[in-house]
Design a protein around this ligand. Structure first.
Ligand code: ARG
Length: 286
């Protein structure tokens, strides 16, 4: 595979090229584990809220240091999971598909994120089914990879295809520990993904093999520390520092890895990607 050397900035640097990103994040001011809606959450186990904020701030600074844009949405009291901004919407081509959470504990986050995108001038689409945003819906080149099985309803996929006009590839998640697609699969660049095969049904696994024969296959040990819950700009991959095996595999492929420690937020079942919503305001170019 050859790299495109005809970009606006002239010849490509050695290794994969980074793309500028615009992210929306939510400071974990009100973070806590007060209920259990995934197997990682244990309300009886203490969390250190200050440490959570410090870890989150390091993630935010990492993005800024890489030259990305980070907007912040106001955290609301009583919504301890609002830090997981990936679940706030799906945003492609200036269209924001709002969300509908499975669990009532998170329901009030949906209008807050919707209002942010409305104020920012995005074309808003309201969900007709359970849809947990970028937690389950990932853009890979021209494809929308969409998880179902635990949170986002399979029926939501048809609406995604209508709204965004991109082929939707439905992927069935089967392991409750990897309940959102972004805990089991990471998009590295337009053509490359990393994933944990065992997190998917046999048919979905076979479909992933056909679509992405060059994918990086993660181990369960790396996935269990949320290694696949990582954020790539095409060149730099920000991932949990504990995911050492995956980081080495990514470096072998030419990516630069940046480890961050989000151990406090992991107590709610989240990692770097969960805290990060990609804002794609641009119109389709093809
Ligand atoms: N406690 C949250 C939940 O169970 C964690 C969400 C993680 N977000 C994600 N994009 N995987 O909903």
């Amino acid at each position: 595979m050859t790299l495109d050397a005809t970009g606006p900035t002239g010849p490509a640097p050695s290794g994969p090229r980074a793309e500028h990103r615009h992210f929306l994040m939510c400071r974990p001011t009100h973070f806590a584990v007060e209920y259990a809606i995934n197997p990682w959450m244990h309300p009886e186990q203490p969390v250190d809220p200050q440490r959570a904020v410090a870890q989150w701030d390091t993630l935010r600074r990492t993005y800024l240091d890489l030259g990305h844009t980070v907007d912040e949405i106001e955290p609301l009291p009583g919504l301890p999971d609002m830090v997981f901004a990936a679940n706030g919407a799906t945003v492609v081509d200036g269209k924001a598909m709002s969300v509908q959470f499975r669990d009532p504990e998170r329901a009030d986050e949906a209008p807050a994120y919707r209002a942010w995108f409305e104020r920012a001038g995005f074309e808003i689409h309201d969900p007709k089914h359970i849809n947990e945003g970028e937690g389950d819906i990932l853009l890979a080149g021209d494809l929308l990879l969409a998880g179902f099985g635990f949170r986002t309803a399979h029926a939501a996929h048809a609406q995604l295809q209508e709204v965004f006009g991109r082929p939707v590839i439905g992927l069935q998640l089967v392991d409750p520990r990897f309940y959102h697609l972004d805990t089991a699969l990471c998009v590295l660049d337009e053509r490359t993904i990393a994933y944990l095969p065992e997190a998917f049904s046999p048919g979905s696994r076979a479909a992933l093999r056909r679509l992405f024969p060059d994918a990086v296959l993660a181990t369960e040990a790396d996935a269990a520390v949320f290694g696949l819950n990582s954020v790539s700009d095409g060149r730099h991959v920000v991932l949990p520092v504990q995911a050492t095996g995956l980081a080495a595999a990514l470096r072998d492929r030419g990516y630069e890895t940046i480890g961050v420690d989000l151990s406090e937020l992991r107590k709610a079942g989240g990692g770097p990607k969960c805290c990060t919503l990609t804002v794609r305001e641009g119109r389709a170019t093809r």
